[in-house]
Design a protein around this ligand. Structure first.
Ligand code: ADP
Length: 305
């Protein structure tokens, strides 16, 4: 038996259990303090980035990472200072699409802050993909860990000088999407990416409804894989037609543009070359340029209203 102050006597086992609880309570309090301090850092750092844009599709495989990375490169070629945060932890493709597939590890400054990698056209990138020992290493994380990772990447990265931060989100409307919407103050808005198929259209409408529910502005919609131009000049609508127009009309969202299907897109992504830089004269690259300019107009208008 162990005697506590006030003459209370408890068994050794009970004492052990109680003291463990005390430690875990202390740990919890400590964790809460860390969380609050990280959240303060997020607020402080995000305040200094004028435009924070999250790219959402709900559906996987529609080319969201491709659109995010190439739109970022196009914005950078207009002269903007751009960074991409890859929040698609289970399928981080941003490094490859920005020409960073051979980059392993991110540097840290003396104060411990993370230095983003510099990809195509000077676009800065932070991705868990850059921290893995190999590109094929899986990230096996539950929701709570992903929420923490997003908060810490936002809080501890050196975002100095960045004007436009694009956040590439995984498919769905769950943990990562909610975290971004809740912890970034004054998120400029969501950008939606769809392909023309009915299946994609219905899922992307959920993303639009999600944004509306959270009162986050919808900056625009981009249709990827819109059509394929055959060698004889005829056009094939492989995935159907009109999905983005329909979503744009139903939700009153700016329709920013269409990107065709082009095997060169798949090839350059597979090779780890930035498509926009490699093929600046192809229709898809011109489309990215026009989308970037339209996005700037939408944001300018938003600032005025
Ligand atoms: P998501 O981020 O939506 O899961 P990705 O950006 O990873 O999708 O793209 C999925 C695959 O489709 C990749 O192999 C990419 O190279 C290819 N891809 C994307 N857009 C196009 C396009 N317009 N034409 C040809 N291939 C494309």
């Amino acid at each position: 038996m162990i005697e506590l102050s006030g003459g209370l006597r408890i068994s050794k086992d009970e004492y052990k259990e109680k003291s463990t609880n005390v430690v875990s309570y202390k740990e919890q309090a400590e964790r809460m303090r860390t969380l609050q301090s990280e959240q303060r850092k997020v607020v402080e750092k995000m305040k200094r980035i004028p435009y924070k844009i999250a790219v959402l599709s709900s559906k996987g495989g529609v080319g969201k990472s491709f659109v995010t990375s190439n739109l970022a490169i196009a914005m950078s070629s207009i002269g903007k200072n751009v960074a991409v945060l890859d929040a698609d932890f289970h399928g981080p493709s941003i490094p490859r699409m920005l020409g960073l597939s051979s980059t392993r590890g991110l540097l840290a400054k003396e104060d411990g802050s993370i230095v983003p990698a510099v990809g195509a056209n000077g676009v800065k990138a932070v991705s868990v993909g850059l921290m893995l020992p190999e590109e094929d290493t899986p990230v096996i994380w539950r929701g709570a860990l992903k929420t923490t990772a997003i908060r810490q990447l936002l809080a501890y990265t050196d975002w100095e000088g960045i004007e436009y931060l694009f956040i590439d989100l995984p498919p769905g409307t769950g943990d990562e999407q909610l975290t971004i919407a809740q912890i970034i103050p004054h998120l400029t808005g969501f950008l939606l990416v769809t392909i023309p198929s009915e299946v994609s259209k219905h899922v992307v409408k959920k993303a639009a409804a999600f944004a509306r529910k959270l009162n986050i502005p919808l900056l625009g919609i981009i249709e990827n894989m819109s059509y394929f131009k055959c060698p004889d000049g005829s056009i094939q609508y492989i995935f159907g037609k009109g999905a983005a127009e329909e979503i744009s009309a139903e939700y009153n969202i700016a329709f920013l543009g269409k990107i065709p299907i082009d095997p060169k897109i798949r090839e350059s992504n597979d090779r780890g070359e930035a498509f926009f830089l490699k093929y600046p004269d192809l229709e898809a690259s011109k489309s990215f340029m026009s989308i970037a300019k339209k996005l700037l107009e939408v944001i300018e208008k938003q600032n005025v209203t």
